[in-house]
Design a protein around this ligand. Structure first.
Ligand code: XLS
Ligand code: CA
Ligand code: CA
Length: 440
């Protein structure tokens, strides 16, 4: 059976009007010593693309899918067929999933694990046939009603144990499928109110949960990179992994900072009141940039809209951070994004991914050119020039003192500050975006 009635999507260049083509993403084209495919490492999110039905809090699902009328296991099997065809047609090498995305939960843990075993075998077979790879898998410890008070931060030890058992199974799946990373998104790890919350106990328990996860991974020889995915709110009013800096403080407190890096989602960054670039920069500066959930929020809405990325300005600055990081490998760019509820046809799954891939490919081209020209480097070097010599250099090297600085200050006759010309920088970025030579 064929689920997507199109030929493999090809690069046709920026003049093409064919909506089923890439205008900027040319997977084999090299920028420096890497192909675009190697730079971007795109991944499909199972949940939004193959499991979700596009329902929202006010309306039922609108998605029309070929597997809608099958029973639960039938749906799961059809989705495996569909995602591998999808990746082939879009030239995407990676995918990601939660345990509950790929197989229905049973009445007991044992039954759920048996369902998982059947589907994981199918996935493994498909991976071997096609060479497609798992960027990361994770555990959904938030949807089921048992997780009403959280999972690893639940007030109920039985729930904690159940959550641990589910992560244990997910780690076994990660090992079996060679998952390159393993993600922990906090789900319901947070609180509604401090009036009835023991925050210290909950965070201590969370740290122990991570330690046990790592020691089990070691026990079974699973070596994928562990990632924490920050988010400030939704579903709880305060999520513990608020942003990268908060997550970093948590990891350092519990001695976990050598075990984890971060999976940074654009929409979560903006929910936290940061830019996407801020979160990427903080992680990069601290050697913690692991992987990216590529999406965007709506500028007028204060919740997690998970839109496909179409803002070139944003993807340019994100790709700048990623290139300066030396890439993301073993991480990648996972489209944790969904079509709008009004884009309900099966072909919208292809069209939305083409939009996201092309927007990141264009961002890559622009960022690559800016780095070749040392665009930001020149701006930064000039701005901080006073720290490269004399007293500034001593400050940077930590070889001066307050007494010496006071003496220095007494000898200053007139302080001259430079204008930033920030508006010029912004128009120059516009010029880069508009003038990018696509090679066509
Ligand atoms: C939810 C998160 C989630 C994680 C994986 O907001 O983005 O989908 O990426 O659990
Ligand atoms: Ca995400
Ligand atoms: Ca999200």
């Amino acid at each position: 059976m064929t689920y997507f009635n199109v030929d493999k999507i090809k690069y046709e260049g920026s003049k093409s009007n064919n909506i089923y083509s890439f205008k900027y993403y040319n997977p084999e084209e090299k920028l420096g010593d890497k192909t675009m495919a190697e730079h971007l490492r795109f991944s499909v999110a199972y949940w939004h693309t193959f499991t979700a039905d596009l329902s929202d809090p006010f309306g039922v699902g609108t998605a029309e899918r070929d597997w809608d009328n099958l029973d639960e296991m039938g749906k799961s099997k059809a989705r495996v067929e569909a995602i591998f065809e999808f990746m082939e047609k879009l030239n995407i090498e990676y995918f990601c999933f939660h345990d509950v995305d790929i197989a229905p939960e049973g009445k007991t843990l044992k039954e759920s694990n048996e369902n998982l075993d059947i589907i994981v075998d199918l996935i493994q077979e498909k991976m071997q046939q096609t060479g497609k790879k798992l960027l990361w898998n994770t555990t959904n410890n938030f949807t089921h009603e048992r997780f009403v008070h959280g999972a690893a931060t639940s007030s109920n030890a039985e729930v904690y144990a159940y959550a641990a058992a589910k992560v244990k199974k997910s780690l076994e799946i990660a090992k079996k499928l060679g998952s390159e990373n393993f993600v922990f998104w906090g789900g319901r790890e947070g609180y509604e109110s401090l009036l009835n919350t023991d925050m210290k106990l909950e965070l201590d328990n969370l740290a122990n949960f991570f330690k046990m996860a790592k020691s089990y991974a070691e026990e079974i020889g699973y070596e994928g990179q562990f990632l924490i995915e920050p988010k400030p709110k939704e579903p709880t009013s305060h999520q513990y992994d608020t942003d990268v800096a908060t997550g970093h403080a948590f990891l350092q407190k519990y001695g976990l900072d050598n075990i984890f890096k971060f999976n940074i989602e654009a929409n979560h960054a903006t929910l936290a009141g940061h830019t996407f670039q801020h979160e990427l920069r903080y992680a990069r500066d601290n050697g913690l940039l692991g992987s990216v959930d590529a999406n965007q929020g709506h500028p007028l809405l204060g919740w997690d809209t998970d839109e496909f990325p179409t803002d070139v300005y944003d993807t340019t600055l994100a790709m700048y951070e990623i290139l300066k990081n030396g890439g993301l490998n073993p991480g990648g760019l996972n489209f944790d994004a969904k079509p709008r509820r009004t884009s309900f046809k099966q072909e919208d799954l292809l069209l939305t991914h083409i939009a996201g891939m092309d927007t990141f490919a264009l961002g890559l081209r622009v960022a690559y050119k800016m780095i070749e020209d040392n665009f930001f480097e020149n701006i930064i070097n000039k701005k901080y020039q006073t720290f490269s010599e004399g007293i500034g250099k001593q400050i940077v090297e930590g070889t001066t003192s307050f007494k010496e600085l006071e003496e220095y200050a007494h000898n200053i006759t007139k302080i001259e500050n430079e204008s930033d010309h920030l508006e010029v920088i912004k128009t120059q970025i516009n010029q880069y975006i508009l003038n990018i030579n696509n090679g066509d």
